[in-house]
Design a protein around this ligand. Structure first.
Ligand code: GRG
Length: 307
């Protein structure tokens, strides 16, 4: 599919599409629901403060936007997908807070600010991560009116979460004597660690919008391609952008000797891989017609993002 990509300004390494394309009213509703549903839930005041510190800190909201636009692509009202969008963002934030802990990546910086365990303390970061995971399922179940649909959405979210955790184990606790070739290992890590939540976001959006089996299959292919593409882009940005620009520590993976796409394929081949995955995602979305245009725009933006 031939489309004009948003332009990147090579002089500054920034993209004309510096922020994700706005989802308009739906994005606004997402922010209202996230803040409102969290505020309504009685919790210890310091835990509330920790959750607000993390959740209202300017993440890109990629996963909730994928949920809302996937719902729209299959002909559903994005309002129906808000519980899934909120739940997915909560699971994503849980994973980031735990990933930053000293026992994991041991990072001090996230979204341009101190990580939660630096801002508060380690115990609060562990508990706030746990709370976001629990709240994801609580809010998804509470705000999805149809019980059968709530059940299938909870299952989708659980599968995506556990696949992500499996990916983290493949990445950080590899089994001894595993002689799987590097590229295969890299794909196994990221099909789980990063792709699972992104693919799950697209599937949950489609399910919320009442997708047919064929639509769900096409959306799964779109989500899988975009999910892996997201990680290849992330790996390239990690070695081409500064810590200051990214708002998180650059070159950390290289320093920790982790497998990355640029390390295994080189930067130019990684960029070609981004283009292949972008094309695959766009082809998969063709079946949805004009209703998927916002989803296609998001895919294009994710291919050229600079942070
Ligand atoms: C269960 C103890 C425990 C920990 C969970 C599973 C896990 C730890 C961590 C994996 C999560 C992880 C860091 C995945 C990588 C995906 C990635 C590049 C995330 C960054 O996503 P963005 O760029 O973040 O969308 P923003 O800040 O924009 O929301």
């Amino acid at each position: 599919m031939n489309r004009t990509l948003p332009q990147t300004d090579p002089a500054h390494g920034t993209s004309a599409a510096e922020g994700p394309p706005s989802a308009g009213a739906a994005a606004q509703r997402f922010e209202e629901c996230l803040a409102g549903w969290m505020a309504e839930r009685p919790l210890p005041r310091n835990l509330h403060a920790a959750l607000e510190y993390v959740l209202l800190a300017g993440g890109k909201r990629v996963r909730p936007m994928l949920v809302l636009r996937s719902c729209e692509a299959v002909g559903g009202d994005p309002e129906l997908a808000l519980p899934s969008a909120v739940a997915m963002e909560l699971v994503h934030n849980f994973s980031l807070v735990h990933d930053d802990l000293p026992a994991m990546d041991d990072d001090d910086l996230r979204r341009g600010r101190p990580t939660l365990h630096k801002h508060a303390n380690e115990a609060m970061a562990i508990l706030a991560g746990d709370a976001m995971l629990g709240l994801a399922f609580e809010l998804l179940a509470a705000h999805t009116p149809d019980a059968a649909r709530a059940g299938s959405l909870c299952r989708e979210l659980a599968v995506a979460t556990n696949d992500m955790i499996a990916g983290q184990v493949y990445d950080t606790l590899p089994e001894e004597g595993d002689d799987t070739p590097d590229l295969e290992r890299l794909q196994r890590i990221h099909r789980n660690k990063t792709e699972a939540l992104i693919r799950g976001s697209c599937r949950m959006g489609a399910i919320s919008g009442g997708a047919s089996d064929d639509q769900l299959e096409a959306m799964t292919r779109y989500g899988a391609a975009v999910g892996l593409m997201f990680q290849v882009v992330d790996d390239v940005l990690d070695v081409t952008q500064s810590t200051e620009h990214l708002g998180k520590t650059a070159r950390k993976d290289v320093e920790q000797g982790k497998l990355t796409y640029p390390a295994v394929l080189g930067i130019e081949e990684s960029r070609r891989e981004v283009e292949r995955l972008r094309r695959d995602a766009l082809e998969a979305s063709a079946t949805f017609g004009p209703a998927a245009e916002p989803l296609r725009e998001l895919c294009d933006w994710l291919a050229v993002r600079t942070k």
